[in-house]
Design a protein around this ligand. Structure first.
Ligand code: EPZ
Length: 418
């Protein structure tokens, strides 16, 4: 099994270009089922994207990958489509459940495996099914599969989500795309990745408008045959390298971003006194000395993202004073804490809140990655720790970080995969 070896305390200097967003590419790939031909640019070629490609190929789509250009051409010209997402694919990547909305819209039926539990929480899909039922789909659960049908097509309606879910909003958008009449989605997730999906669907001929947490969808009869779309930047990858820069950067520039989507993260760094220079499409981080303590609560966008909680926790081990993080989205997303403690971090957990003492010297150790963001927090800890850190189970990292070692090595980090 592959491991990462990091020799810490090497100052970072150079430029990091951010890849396209994994969490925008996945629903857009699911939405490509609706089109005849899609050219997708700026797709990060990470494990989760390959899993989604395998799923779409299983369904019957043809996909050509240009690794050099990070682009994909997806064609749906097959008459013998399988409207199925099998267990073996959905269990390895929950976003597989997003094909449900597209399959129902285009083929009026779908059989999609229930994703099951996940390391960071139970993560049910009841809100996805709630929305699809409201749109008129008949849904049964049988043998671990969601069996959905809408023989006469779906019908527009008002859907008021009882709580905010990224995936349920995406599935509802895909299902409502051609639903008869008008659909209003209320209390929606409005992450930049959802805005990107809406922009993709509108290019495809959709009539979708967003205002606050409300999304209005008018039935779209005309679907464009061929479209091209460039996926937005990965704001979580950006936030991860931003923290690396603040922790141990001499001078790091991060580009290929849009800072308007990451105002929250930038405001926090300004508040704690980080040395950052913000431009429209890039940010430069200089050397930092004393940083102030901070408190964070994870919330749906535009609140602070749960996907950056573990990385900010590493930053909190280096600021002055006791900081706090309240995790409000997932019930089991502190699995990096025992590993960070093994490296010397002083962190206590009470219910949903972690209390982090800083500044604390970290010491390299052999640690274990447990999920994507927990893993990358261990990379950040390794970069600032004394001596050598060995990170096991790095297949989690490969699910979502494109060229992680290459990007860090280019900035003089001592990191290698063995
Ligand atoms: C998306 O997951 C992201 N994944 C996650 O990123 C991210 O952590 C999460 O949104 C929150 O921002 C993708 O975009 C592929 P949710 P999703 O539905 O859609 C509960 C990463 O590291 N819920 O917004 O699954 C759920 O259990 C990953 O890249 C229900 O109760 O998240 C959670 O507590 C991990 N019923 C909360 O809502 C439902 O039907 C938010 O989940 C759906 C969700």
């Amino acid at each position: 099994m592959q491991k990462l070896l990091i020799k810490g305390k090497r100052e970072l200097i150079g430029k990091i270009s951010i890849s396209g967003s994994k969490n925008a590419s996945l629903p857009i790939l699911a939405a490509s089922i609706l089109a005849d031909e899609v050219k997708l640019k700026n797709v990060p070629l990470v494990k989760d994207i390959f899993t989604m490609i395998t799923l779409l190929k299983f369904i019957g789509l043809e996909i050509n990958i240009s690794k050099k250009k990070n682009s994909l051409i997806i064609q749906n010209k097959n008459k013998n489509i399988k409207t199925i997402a099998p267990y073996k694919l959905v269990k390895t990547m929950r976003a597989g459940v997003l094909v449900l909305g597209s399959l129902l819209t285009k083929y009026k039926k779908a059989k999609v495996s229930l994703p099951g539990g996940c390391a960071i929480g139970t993560r049910p899909v009841d809100l996805h099914l709630f929305a699809l039922k409201k749109l008129g789909a008949k849904i049964k659960i049988k043998g671990g599969y969601i069996i959905a049908e809408a023989k006469r097509g779906l019908r527009g309606t008002v859907i008021n989500f009882p709580s905010i879910s990224v995936g349920a909003t995406e599935n509802a958008l895909l299902a409502a795309f051609k639903a008869k009449g008008q659909t209003t989605l209320k209390n929606c997730a409005i992450e930049p990745e959802i805005l990107d999906l809406i922009s993709f669907l509108n290019k495809l001929g959709g009539k979708i408008k967003i205002s606050g947490r409300k999304i209005l969808i008018n039935s779209s009869e005309m679907i464009k045959k061929k479209i091209s779309h460039k996926v937005i930047f990965d704001r979580i990858e950006f936030g991860t390298y931003l923290i690396a820069g603040v922790l141990i950067g001499k001078k790091i520039t991060i580009d290929k971003i849009e800072t308007k989507f990451v105002k929250n993260e930038i405001n926090i760094l300004n508040r704690i006194g980080a040395n950052i220079d913000v431009k429209k499409n890039s940010i430069t981080i200089g050397k930092n000395k004393k940083l102030k303590r901070l408190d964070i609560t994870t919330k749906p966008y535009p609140g602070f993202p749960t996907d950056l909680q573990a990385q900010f926790m590493v930053l909190m081990t280096q600021v002055n004073g006791k900081s706090q993080i309240k995790e409000n989205i997932f019930e089991n997303r502190f699995m990096h804490v025992p590993e960070l403690r093994r490296m010397g971090a002083k962190i206590e957990i009470k219910n949903k809140t972690a209390f982090i003492e800083g500044p604390t010297k970290l010491n390299g150790a052999e640690v274990m990655a447990t999920d994507l963001r927990a893993s990358v927090s261990l990379v950040l800890a390794g970069l600032i720790a004394e001596n050598r850190t060995i990170i096991n189970r790095i297949y989690h990292l490969d699910r979502g970080y494109e060229f992680l070692e290459r990007k860090l090595k280019k900035c003089k980090a001592n990191i290698k995969r063995v």
